[in-house]
Design a protein around this ligand. Sequence first.
Ligand code: ADP
Ligand code: GN1
Ligand code: MG
Length: 368
Amino acid sequence: MANIREVIDIFNFKGDFVDVEEFGSGHINKTYLVKFNNEGSEQRYILQQLNDNVFKNIEQLMKNVFAVTSYLRSVIKKNGGDPDRETLHYIHTKDGNEFYKSPEDNTYYRAYIFVRDSVSFNTAENAEMFKSSGEAFGKFQRLLSDFNAEELTETIPHFHDTLWRYNNEFVPALEKNASGRLDTCKAEVDFVNKYADEMGKLTAMTEKGELPLRVTHNDTKLNNVMFDKDTNKCVCVIDLDTVMPGLALYDFGDSIRFGASTAAEDETDLDKVEMDLDYFKAYAEGFLGEAGEYFNQAEIDNLAFASKLMTLECGMRFLTDYINGDVYFRTEYPEHNLDRARNQFKLVADMDSKMDKMEEIIKNIQKA
Ligand code: ADP
Ligand code: GN1
Ligand code: MG
C-alpha cells in the first residue's frame, strides 16, 4: 500500500491537512476520512483505495461513476435540488485526473467530498428511517430511468445472476475446497443446494422479456445511503461502483436483505435474526412511492421473492468466500464469512415462512 499521506497530497483538497483515519464498514474498498482546515472551517473528504481484486477494470469503473454522477447532477439541478449534497462530488488529482494509480505498487485511489452533515447506518433505528432509504433508492432509479445504459460497462458481470454464481462460483469452490474448510460447513452447503431450483427464476423471466433491464444500483444496503444527521432523512445514494444494467427487483431485494433484518448482517445469535414485516412494508411503500409507476406487474409480483433470492445469493457468496479462504470480502476474524452466511440463511428460512404475508403487503400497497 502506498503511503496515505503522500496519496492525500496528490488530490486537490482545499486548505491545510489536519487528520486521516480509516472509516466506515464497507466490505470492499478501503475507506479513509480525511480532514482539512480551510480558512478556519473544517472540510471533510473521503479517500478510497479501490479494490482491484474485485473490480478488474478501474478505468472503466471510474468512467461509469463519472457518467452517472454528472447525469444525476444535471437532473437534480433541473428539479431544483442541491446537486452538491444529493450526489457524490469527486475531487480530481492536482494533475486533473479522476483517480490516482500509485506507481510504487499499482494501487488505485479516488476521493470525494464527505456529504455535508450526513451519517450512515448499519441498522435502521425505526421503520420510518428505513422507508426514507426506500424513497432514496427508488428515486435514484427514477432519476436514472432515461440514462443511456449503453454508456455503462458491466463492472462485475453476472453480479446478481444467482444461478450463474451457483454454477460458476459456488460449485467450483466446493470442488476445489481451497481453504480445506468444507468439512466445517456441510449443513450450510446443503442449505444452498436445496434452493438451486429457485435461483434461475428472475434471469429466465428477463430472457423471456417479462422483466425489463434498467439502470440499477445493485448494492442497495443501508450503509450505501447517507442520512441527514438531524432529520434522519436520506440525502444521497453512495457506493456507485456497481451501477449497471440490472433489475429493479435486485435493488429492492438487496435493501430488504440488509435493512429489514432485525439484526446485523453478522449477528451470531440467530434467534435475533428475523425479517421484520413492518420494515418490509415501510421500505416497499418508500421504494414503490418513488419508482413504482414505472414497474410492470411481473416486477411488482416478484418483490417478495426477490428479497429472499438476494438474501440467499448474498449468503451463498459469503459461504463461497469462506470456502475459498476469505479472498473477496473484508473479514475481521477467520469465521466471519461463515457467520455472515449462517445469518443470511436464517433470514432466508424466515422469509420463506413469511412469504405469503410479504406478498399480501405488496398487494395492499398496490391497491392503495
Ligand atoms: P465499500 O464499497 O467498501 O462499501 P463505500 O463507498 O460504500 O465503500 O464507502 C464505505 C463507507 O464510507 C460508507 O458506508 C459511508 O459510511 C462512508 N462514505 C463513503 N462515501 C462517503 C461520502 N461521500 N460522504 C460521507 N461518507 C461516505
Ligand atoms: C459488498 O461494498 P459493500 O460493502 O457496500 C458487496 C455487495 C454485498 C455486500 C454484503 C461490490 O457491499 O454485493 O451485498 O458487501 N459489494 C460488492 O454486505 O461485491
Ligand atoms: Mg458500501
